[in-house]
Design a protein around this ligand. Structure first.
Ligand code: BES
Ligand code: MN
Ligand code: ZN
Length: 502
């Protein structure tokens, strides 16, 4: 389904469904009030006689309009209290409208925002559109066309009716760039692992980002071998599909000497666990084990489309974790790119191996101003935070504060987790530098995984690790999208980059 967003000062004549907010006491906005008068009070009468509609914030009401009205359907929603209005709440309200409208199968929709709000009319209109668009996402690549036609018309036009149409359109341009990054990330995570594997993934990144002016370099297994990237190579060894590392550079400052913001993503295109094989039930979900990399790729797209004025480097480590006669084993000693030997004790703790070679390469080659890595790293973070919060391990209070603010603004909630000497000790190896399974085994598994990464972060580097294992892929719909891939990280990191002066 194609959803086209427009902004206009008046309700289009062609509109089939009309959506609007009612204020406290079910009062209709002016544009709908006029219609109500034309219909001799049909709408206000209906509102009075339907006891289930309270008019309270978020309450929904819909009805069919009489013949020859401006529209065939009307959908109303109780406006938010002025004091709870934020761009995020507006987006969620837009999403609620979309869910109600979807059922009506209209192809022309007009949405009239509530104008009594502390935010400007343009901001409200743009973020309503943003919420609708994010919520309207669906992964349709493999579904028979007939099934889609049953759900929605092929093309839907949604017009937001606002006196600030010109300004809203301009604001929405930046938001729609962010949407393109979120959609890309969601599509990547939802994609099947027989279609998206390291080589095809790297080619896709090139095709997506190079036309936007992002420099994309791909390291294949030969180049990584020459460079001594033993950790990511070990993880990829068991697969017939060799690993890749992809380096994406956006030179938004136009300068040569600006320190970039650095982002790293885990891109395990499928995680069977390797020789330490995972149980079969639910293993299909492990196609989402590249969610961190998808967030980084989506962010690079959002940054490039908006032409943000900061230098940004994204690095993703792509590998498939498979059991085979060539696979790495528990007991293996693996030499990382940085030089430290890693004692492999469980081949299912593979994400940290992929990440550390990316992190070392980023620090050595790009001397970044800060580093944020994202990874579906541990089941343990889900034991702690379930699907609600991304766990964040940060070695710098200012970076943590910036991530927290970005998380609150975008609804991609984050919770700070501890970095500690004790966890670092727990992953030290008796025969090498570090071990990929903590001595405490799975206790505090998210913390010991972060501590493992910390062993590869140079002193004085500003760094945060985000464990998105619980938030990258959901079993149920959420306020701004359907079940499946969420694209978590794209909106948050876009806000973070902007907060660092882009
Ligand atoms: N990709 C998994 C983590 C994961 C689990 C992501 C569930 C999303 C949902 C990771 O590679 C893994 O297998 N981690 C192990 C580590 C353990 C062997 C120390 C885990 O969490 O069980
Ligand atoms: Mn694993
Ligand atoms: Zn994994």
């Amino acid at each position: 389904m194609d959803l086209i967003i427009k902004f206009s000062k008046s309700i289009p004549k062609t509109c089939e469904a009309l959506a609007a907010f009612t204020s406290e006491k079910k009062k209709l906005p002016d544009a709908v009030g006029v219609l109500d008068k034309e219909l001799k009070g049909f709408i206000s009468e209906a509102l009075k006689t339907v006891p289930s509609y309270s008019g309270k914030p978020r309450d929904m009401f819909s009805c069919v309009l009489p013949k020859n009205s401006l529209a065939t359907h009307l959908v109303l929603q109780g406006a938010l209290d002025a004091k709870e209005v934020t761009t995020l709440e507006i987006e969620k309200a837009g999403a609620r409208f979309w869910k109600a409208l979807l059922a009506l199968k209209s192809s022309e929709i007009a949405l009239v925002p509530d104008h009594k709000s502390p935010l400007s009319e343009a901001i409200i209109a743009a973020h309503l559109a943003h919420g609708v668009k994010l919520c309207s996402y669906s992964f349709e690549k493999y579904r028979p066309a007939a099934a889609d036609a049953e759900k929605t018309p092929g093309k839907v036009t949604l017009t937001i009716v606002t006196p600030a149409a010109t300004e809203a359109k301009k604001l929405y341009e930046a938001l729609s760039a962010v949407e393109s990054g979120v959609v890309l990330a969601r599509n990547l995570v939802n994609e099947a692992p027989n279609v998206l594997y390291p080589e095809s993934y790297a080619a896709l990144i090139k095709a997506e980002l190079e036309p936007l002016g992002v420099k994309v370099d791909v390291l294949d297994e030969k180049k990584m071998d020459k460079l001594g990237m033993g950790a990511i190579l070990a993880v990829g060894m068991g697969s017939a599909r060799p690993p890749r590392m992809v380096i994406m550079r956006w030179n938004g400052s136009g300068k040569k000497d600006e320190k970039p913001l650095g982002f790293v993503g885990k891109g395990v295109t499928f995680d069977t666990g390797g020789i330490s094989l995972k149980p079969g039930a639910g293993m299909d979900a492990m196609k989402m084990d590249m969610g961190g990399s998808a967030a980084v790729v989506g962010l690079m797209k959002a940054v490039a489309v908006q032409k943000l004025k900061r230098d940004v480097v994204g690095i993703v480590g792509l590998a498939e974790n498979m059991p085979s006669d060539r696979a790495y084993r528990p007991g293996d000693m693996v030499k990382s790119y940085q030089g430290k030997y890693i004692e492999v004790l469980n081949t299912d703790a593979e994400g940290r191996l992929v990440l550390v070679d990316c992190l070392s390469y980023l620090q050595e080659k790009f001397d970044p101003a800060l580093i944020v890595d994202l990874a579906t790293l541990t089941g343990a973070i889900m034991v702690a935070l379930a699907y609600e919060y991304t766990g964040v391990f940060a070695n710098d209070d200012k970076l943590w504060k910036a991530l927290e603010a970005a998380g609150t603004a975008t609804g991609e909630k984050v919770w700070r987790m501890p970095l500690d000497e004790a966890y670092r000790k727990d992953v030290e190896s008796d025969i090498g530098a570090v071990r990929n399974l903590a001595k405490n085994d799975r206790l505090g598994g998210a913390c010991t995984a972060a501590a493992f990464l910390e062993h590869f972060i140079d002193e004085k580097r500003i760094w945060a690790h985000m464990d998105i294992a619980g938030t990258a892929f959901l079993k149920t719909d959420h306020p701004l999208g359907p079940k499946g891939a969420t694209g978590v990280g794209v909106r948050l990191l876009d806000a973070l980059v902007k907060s660092y002066g882009a």
